[in-house]
Every structure is written in C-alpha cells, then in structure tokens.
Design a protein around this ligand. Sequence first.
Ligand code: ATP
Length: 300
Amino acid sequence: MTSDSAVVLEIREAHKSYGTRAALNGAAFSLRKGEWLALLGPNGAGKTTLVRTIAGRLQLDRGEIALHGQTLSPQDQAARRQLGIVPQELALYPNLTARENLDIFGRFHGVGGQELKDKINWALDWIALADRANERIKGFSGGMKRRLNIAAAVLHQPSVIMLDEPTVGVDPQSRERIWQMLNQLRAEGASLVLTTHQLDEAQTICDRIVIIDGGRTIAAGTLEELITQTIGPQRGVFCKVRDAQGAVEEEHHAVDDLSEALPSLLSTLKTQNKQLLDLRIQAPTLQAVFLHLTGKELRE
Ligand code: ATP
C-alpha cells in the first residue's frame, strides 16, 4: 500500500571505504513518496559515493539500500529501472545527435518501439531542444547538454530520481529551465534526491534536508526542524545608526518576536538620540544551520 508518507528509498547504515579511507561511515536517509530531499555535505562528505552505490556503480561494504521496500542487490539493474540517476559528470555521446542520445538511453532503460519514439519527442519538447534534435551534441552549450543529460536519465519515467549537482556551471537561464523541468516531474509524482552546494536553492526547493559529514548523517529534517535543533528561530536585526556626536556604527540584536522587539528597539534609539540610517532583518538560513552543524562553509 502506498500513501503520501510511504518511504520509496531507504539507505541504512551505509559503509564504504577506499583502502583505509572511509567515504561512508553509517550514512542513512529515507525518501518519501513525492518528496524532494536535499543531500548536503562539505567536500568529501561522501555524497557522490552514496549516489554511486545507489546507482549500482559501486558496492557498499556494509549497509542496505531499499527501493520501494525491496532490498537492492548491487547487481540488480532491472530493479534499478525505477531509478533515474543524473550523474555529476555529463554522460552523453558527443558525436551523436540529441535524438540518438535519447534513443540509446531509452533502450538502455528498457523502453522501445513506438513508446520510445513518443517519449523522445516528449523529452525534446520538455528540454526545449526539439529544433536542435538532429544536431550532433558536441556543438551544444553546457546548459543544453545538462538539460539533455537530465532528459536521458528520466526518459523512462522513473519513480525515484537522484541528481548530483544538476546545475553546476549552468547559466541562470538554463538553471531556471532545469528547475522548471524538475518541478514538472515532481508534479507528476516523482520523488527526488538532490545533492547540491547551492544552499539557497536547497532551502527554497526541497521539502527536507539531510546533512552528511565524514560519511555519516549528522542531521535530517525540514528547514524549520533543523533551525529549531541548531541556531534557533531568532531573527538577526542589524541597525546602522548615527549618534548625537555624528559617529556611525552598526548594532546587532537577536530577537525572538519581531513585532514585540522592533517598536521597543526604535524607541530606545530615539531615547539615546540615535538616528536610524539603515535596518536589515535576517531570518535564520540553511547556510547558518550548515555552518553550525559542520563548522564549515559549503563551497563548490
Ligand atoms: P564533493 O562535495 O567534493 O563532491 P562528496 O561529498 O561527493 O564531495 P565523495 O566524492 O563521495 O564526497 O568522497 C568521499 C571521500 O571518499 C573523500 O575523502 C574522497 O577523497 C574519497 N574518495 C572518493 N572517491 C574515491 C576513489 N575512487 N578512490 C579513493 N578515494 C575516493
């Protein structure tokens, strides 16, 4: 039985070492039906290793991957047809056309005949490349290749999609187009795991966030939950003021309730004979949560 909260992908106690270096050291997460999950972590945290083990390209030393409740063995490519994996590096044939690339990936994922033709036409429209369908893709821009790379991975309409940094090196317009494409898949019921270094995007796009560091999961929850568990819901209030002697300074206050705190702050400034030059209010951000939990800034 499926319900909105049904778990479609579950990773338990994932361990993987390269020689003596542990890349995964107990990482775990679950993805629910229709959910968008951001998988975040500093450089070297183990994200790509995790995506590669789920894709079946790498075998876990220990731990379990379950797709729709069934444990996946490393070699089980048939069960993995329900997965669409968009790797970080482009996996396309440069000397083939866009249509030929989609044809190859569709066949690889078990689609054929008229169904494949229909899906290729749908995909070309979807990625706004129908007018370039018969061109060799080596002449495409980076953003066009990224869009094709995503289409190639989801042409077979998988129920679970994993994207490893889908918008790296992509111009803002193509980036916007990629998010529109992914939103369409979401509207059609796909569940999605996104690894990204774009915390602002993760914050606005994803329902839940999993943070891994040193190969293990260190936090998981909605942004609100993570904020409550870490930095708390206080707003930062930054006031630039000029005092009676003409000196300019910036004051910082942390407040629980803006509607209570702001009027009293303003009246205090007045009593102190300070002129308010600028006022900035900062809600807690995923960036601040991430820094609190890992002690690191997230960089590309
Ligand atoms: P980034 O954010 O930089 O992409 P990541 O979270 O994806 O990092 P991984 O690429 O999974 O991290 O790497 C996890 C750890 O495993 C790192 O210490 C890395 O050096 C190591 N590692 C990854 N791939 C290999 C490999 N093929 N051989 C040896 N060590 C590896």
